[in-house]
Ligand binder design. Structure first.
Ligand code: F6R
Length: 250
């Protein structure tokens, strides 16, 4: 039986970005109204550069695509430079022909966060579900902001961020982890796993151990990414450094 997730190892982070951008471009050509789930963070920066390149070369048309970002910091307004909405504008949406009315975000400043999470689930349903969910992975094994815990939540929810997650997002908030919001809103594990296809990208040596546990370890709430083993159509694209702990066990 084919293993899930499938593991694709490429030479370096640029090759990972190119391969996934090529796939997104191809999928968009086949289905112009593709519903894409998108991550933020350092890992997808090269991917977004490559998508902008594809768009400039006329090889990717985002005008009918629908996007849903995975997560947002709680208490951060959409216009705040540290918000993930600002991040996406800066690195992708301001540089391609995405239709702002079709790009969806959680509003971190919503008056009622619970209602906001329900609204988001409803919007994803209304779009017909996510066709292709792109994911990064935290060094602690989180996907979206589903942090390791005794229990995980299925649907979009409010979450308390781990100190390591706040540290790795410090750059968005002036470099101080203490100024990173302590809470966020995130798609849940079920929301993510219901995507028709999922691709997790991981690059660099700091991701080698969590990737090894994701691929070879048991399915555990202590490594939320391990649930991708249950997905029928999941891939992980790695550079050689992120794949370096896999050894011969693949
Ligand atoms: C953010 C998200 C997170 C990141 C993860 C890795 O939208 O979904 O799960 O993918 O924290 O972040 P980087 O790429 O900065 O290592």
């Amino acid at each position: 039986m084919e293993r899930s997730p499938r593991v694709v190892i490429l030479a370096d982070a640029r090759a990972v970005a190119r391969e996934l951008a090529r796939r997104v471009g191809e999928t968009l050509r086949a289905k112009p109204d593709l519903v894409l789930g998108l991550p933020t963070g350092r890992t997808p920066l090269l991917l977004y550069q490559e998508l902008v390149e594809l768009y400039r070369r006329g090889e990717a048309d985002f005008s009918r695509a629908i996007t849903f970002n995975l997560d947002e910091f709680l208490g951060v307004s959409p216009g705040h430079p540290g918000s993930y909405r600002s991040f996406m504008r800066r690195f992708l949406f301001d540089h391609v022909n995405a239709d702002p009315s079709r790009t969806n975000f959680l509003d971190g400043a919503a008056a009622d966060p619970q209602e906001e999470c329900e609204r988001y689930e409803h919007e994803i349903d209304r779009a017909g579900g996510i066709d292709l969910q792109i994911l990064g992975i935290g060094t602690n094994g989180h996907i979206g902001f589903n942090e390791p815990a005794a229990e995980l939540e299925a649907r979009t929810h409010r979450v308390r961020l781990k100190p390591e997650t706040r540290r790795s997002n410090a750059a968005l908030f002036g470099g101080d982890a203490e100024t990173v919001p302590a809470e966020a809103l995130s798609m849940g594990m079920g929301t993510i796993l219901q995507a028709r296809a999922a691709v997790l990208i991981a690059t660099g040596r700091s991701k080698a151990l969590c990737v090894e546990r994701l691929v070879n370890g048991p399915i555990t709430t202590l490594l939320p990414a391990s649930f991708l083993q249950l997905h029928r159509n999941a891939d992980i694209y790695l550079d050689e450094e992120a794949a370096s702990a896999l050894g011969g066990t693949r």
